[in-house]
Design a protein around this ligand. Structure first.
Ligand code: KIV
Length: 275
């Protein structure tokens, strides 16, 4: 359930973001925790509690490690830390593919148990009925086409999409399907730049790029990538706006030195009885 603080807030709505098609680019980041959500909230339009949380915070090899319970726990934390941004929760693999009814039940649970503003699911033509069932029930949906991390095992790795005429046709059809099913926006991930630009030109809903094109109506990055906290491989499409890896490592070295030298805690950090 949404907390009192989040319920009383005035958030950017999916409909408002949808109306920004072709306007000022929509600023999106992922967030998974309360403190990071609080820090990002004043500066972004949309926070995605991505299923990337399974990799970024829980150390899974792929996003297939995400569960409904994991998404709900992190969704609740992000909702507590935000008043302004539109908060979208990823539907984890296995929670929507089997049927429109299953997809709707999962989406409704994510909304009911977190109070988030919308859900996101991966796929195009193959999930059109799932998206339609969810939007038909009045729940806002963000689509996700192009490279779909939940399909990484099926695809045999993280493969950039749109390199052949057939792949371009598939992407264009996926974008159209997602739009027709009623999504308010769609993520385009890991595609050849001209295809993402063309989808953006043709679509009537905003496209949010990641490894896609500067022409998209908005951009998203995984927050740990953007702040330089990612400890494994940093993908080519990431720009690091800070280098928290170094900051954290230096702080740990300094702390360890202080503890070993009994320089911490100092007099200012300890409690002495009065008198
Ligand atoms: O899970 C995630 O973080 C995502 C974004 C990369 C778009 O889906």
């Amino acid at each position: 359930m949404a907390s009192d603080a989040t319920a009383a807030s005035s958030r950017i709505t999916p409909a408002e973001l949808s109306a920004r098609k072709g306007g000022t680019p929509i600023v999106c980041l992922t967030a998974y925790t309360y403190p990071v959500a609080r820090l990002l909230d004043p500066h972004v339009d949309l926070l995605l509690v991505g299923d990337s949380v399974a990799m970024v915070l829980h150390g899974h090899k792929t996003t297939l490690g995400a569960t409904m319970e994991m998404m709900i726990l992190h969704g609740q934390a992000v909702m507590r830390g935000t008043r302004r941004a539109c908060v979208v929760l990823d539907m984890p693999a296995g929670s929507y593919e089997s049927s429109p009814a299953v997809a709707l039940a999962s989406a409704q649970r994510l909304i009911d148990e977190t109070g988030c503003d919308a859900v996101k699911l991966e796929g195009g033509v193959d999930v059109v009925e799932q998206i339609a069932a969810i939007t038909g029930a009045g729940i806002a949906v963000m689509g996700h086409i192009g490279l779909q991390p939940q399909s990484v095992e099926k695809d045999g790795g993280y493969k950039i999409k749109g390199g052949t005429d057939a792949a371009i046709a598939t992407l264009l059809a996926d974008a159209k399907a997602v739009e027709r099913a009623g999504a308010f926006s769609m993520v385009i991930e890991g595609t050849m730049e001209p295809v993402a630009a063309e989808i953006t030109r043709r679509a009537t809903i905003p496209t949010i790029g990641i490894g896609a094109s500067a022409a998209c109506d908005g951009q998203i990055l995984v927050v740990d990538d953007a702040i330089g906290l990612t400890v494994d491989r940093v993908p080519k499409f990431v720009k690091e706006y800070a280098s928290l890896r170094d900051t954290v490592a230096k702080a740990a070295v300094h702390y360890a030195e202080d503890v070993r030298a009994r320089a911490f805690p100092g007099p200012e950090h300890i409690f002495q009885p009065k008198g």
